[in-house]
Design a protein. Structure first.
Length: 134
């Protein structure tokens, strides 16, 4: 598994809570000093949406202890900007659907207190390496 953003220090995992194989809640802390924020944006750092999706991928991959490949997403909404100086921690709440062992789907919420930052509906993914999917 390649957890690039975790390995480069973009974020750290503060806590993780699971409800069997149906739900994962992971509290993460952003590193406001990360190189990513020097370009996005130096005086007003904002967590890029693509990074939120990559974190989702890394968390699911870690949960399944296997590489995953995102196949499709029915809908994704970025509802609020995350400035790591003002909002250093958020919770990734992942609710898994049924799985056949090779693929699965999930609904994802990135939240903190009463704010929803991102929602992804029916994110579908393959479990295992890309070579196993062919």
């Amino acid at each position: 598994m390649n957890n690039l953003l975790l390995q480069t220090g973009f974020y750290t995992i503060v806590s993780e809570e699971t409800n069997g194989s149906t739900e994962l809640k992971t509290r993460i802390r952003f590193n406001a000093g990360s190189e990513v924020f020097k370009g996005h944006f130096p005086e007003f750092p904002v967590v890029p949406g693509v990074c939120l999706l990559e974190i989702v991928k890394e968390l699911i991959s870690s949960s399944y202890k296997s590489k995953i490949l995102i196949k499709a997403v029915a809908g994704i909404k970025y509802l609020s900007v995350i400035n790591p100086l003002n909002t250093p921690e958020v919770i990734f709440h992942i609710v898994f659907g049924e799985t056949d062992g090779k693929s699965c789907s999930a609904n994802i919420y990135v939240i903190n207190d009463s704010t929803v930052y991102m929602k992804a509906n029916k994110l579908e993914f393959f479990i295992g390496s890309e070579q196993e999917q062919n």
